[in-house]
Write a protein that binds this ligand. Structure first.
Ligand code: GLY
Ligand code: MN
Ligand code: MN
Length: 449
């Protein structure tokens, strides 16, 4: 299947105007709320390593990316004034050391009044003269880059934008479906490399090749974990040598298209049928949870329900004994599943706004004892979120159960048996529908067979 990631993709082009209309409405509302006339969005500056002239990989302002599929355009500004064509001050430095941004073109360009500058200091003349009526959104570490705008990142404006970003437009959904398919190509290649006995490093290379993304273009560092390494939740070390005995493979790896991310995890058994069965059951548990995603659902409850299902699962596979209430209350389920069920996804992998109750800044806390749950707001149609239950043998956490009421509920010889396999996580990206959901990830795995 041909995947068109380019900025001449006509499907995306057809959806983009409506996406901008949504942004116009959002910003009209936000500007009115803060009593400003113009929003100026700064794409971001390259950040240099201490005492060095090398910069870190550029990470653009997510608010800029929500407007424009320009993820590598530092020192540029978008100016939105209600009722007017937005202005894009497009910084194309005169630089013969580095590749500079090309001529502005793509499905987005006709919607902007593009002003090319060759030095960021020329930006000022393209900004509204009455700087007092502007609000600036972006990370300004050098005050001169604010060009005299004093209201930078006002919280009341950000609250509106962050809350709104939870719900995706058709354009954003299309980008995310593409990103998912792109990531799934990588996942298929990575599984093949794993089956061939490759090292983590080589599996990672196979992933990058299949997605046509460099390390720095990935939305987050790949988690490519063989055997016990799967128990480190954010394992990114990439061993150069394949292990002598290959048991298991956990891959949490994404891809981006026009700034929109996919975030997918799969776990595989090399040839142990018992571990394969565990994965199979975890997969069934994950799909069961996804069935409960729909508009109006309370994600906190889904997270708590997952702990209940996991308690039953732990008993089923003889890793624990006791009733579910006890396993939850004594912290057994949390020791095996110590992260949240999932999070919002979009231009950021952990997209902003997951704890917001409304657009005025009121938040909803995670349930007590579950501080890592990143999504607590009620689900709405066209939100995209992850569902990623896991089960790991993390000695640091399991040791802390010793000497507590939990100790007698854990089957320690079984813990020893599964330790070399590390853990299991299954993570899908799911779009909330009025009734039920669209599973972007499972759809893509079926398509990229
Ligand atoms: N890849 C990070 C996460 O799953 O949240
Ligand atoms: Mn995730
Ligand atoms: Mn992930």
């Amino acid at each position: 299947m041909l995947l068109d990631y380019s900025d001449s993709n006509t499907e995306l082009g057809a959806l983009y105007a409506a996406h901008l209309d949504t942004l116009f409405r959002r910003f009209d509302h936000a500007l009115e709320r803060v009593g400003a006339s113009h929003a100026v969005i700064f794409s971001g500056s390259p950040r240099y390593a201490f005492l060095d002239d090398n910069h870190y990989p550029f990470r653009p302002n997510p608010h800029f990316v929500a407007w424009l599929p320009l993820v590598d355009l530092p020192l540029s500004y978008l100016v939105y004034t209600p009722g007017e064509k937005p202005v894009l001050v497009y910084c194309q430095p005169r630089d013969y050391w580095h590749v500079v941004p090309g001529e502005p073109s793509g499905y987005w360009s006709r919607f902007f009044d593009v002003r090319i500058v060759h030095d960021v200091t020329e930006t000022g003349k393209h900004l509204p003269e009455s700087r007092g009526k502007c609000v600036l959104v972006g990370e300004i570490d050098d005050p001169s880059l604010a060009f005299g705008i004093e209201r930078v990142n006002p919280e009341s404006l950000l609250n509106i934008l962050h809350y709104a970003r939870g719900v995706k437009t058709d354009y954003e959904l299309a980008c995310m479906r593409l990103a998912t398919r792109r990531a799934v190509r990588g996942h298929r290649a990575a599984e093949q490399a794993f089956r061939a006995g490759s090292s983590e490093f080589d599996i990672h290379q196979a992933y990058c090749k299949a997605t046509d993304l460099t390390d720095n273009e990935l939305p987050y560092k790949n988690i490519i974990a063989l055997n016990r390494n799967a128990a480190t939740l954010h394992y990114t070390k990439l061993d150069r040598e394949a292990p002598g005995v290959v048991r298991s493979f956990l891959i949490d790896a994404g891809a981006s298209v026009h700034g929109y991310a996919a975030d997918i995890t799969r776990t595989y058994s090399f040839e142990d049928p018992h571990f394969a069965d565990l994965i199979h059951r975890m997969d069934a548990l994950q799909r069961e949870i996804v069935k409960h995603v729909h508009a109006g659902a309370d994600y906190r409850q889904l997270h708590l329900d997952t702990h209940r299902q996991l308690a039953e699962f732990l008993v089923d596979i003889e890793l624990a004994s006791g009733n579910s209430d006890t396993l939850i209350a004594t912290g057994v389920t949390t020791a095996f599943f110590p992260h949240g069920l999932g999070h919002l996804l979009g231009v950021q992998v952990h997209d902003t706004g997951g704890h917001m109750e409304n657009d005025t800044g009121t938040t909803i806390d995670p349930p007590s004892g579950h501080p890592y749950l990143r999504l607590t707001r009620r689900l709405e149609e066209n939100m995209v979120l992850t569902v990623e239950p896991g089960l790991y043998v993390i000695d640091l956490l399991l040791r802390s159960l010793k000497g507590t009421d939990a100790e007698g509920h854990v089957n320690w010889p079984e813990v020893d048996r599964w330790r070399p396999f590390g853990g299991i996580r299954i993570e899908d990206n799911v779009r909330v529908l009025a009734k039920g959901s669209e599973n972007l990830t499972r759809d893509a795995f079926r398509e990229v067979a």
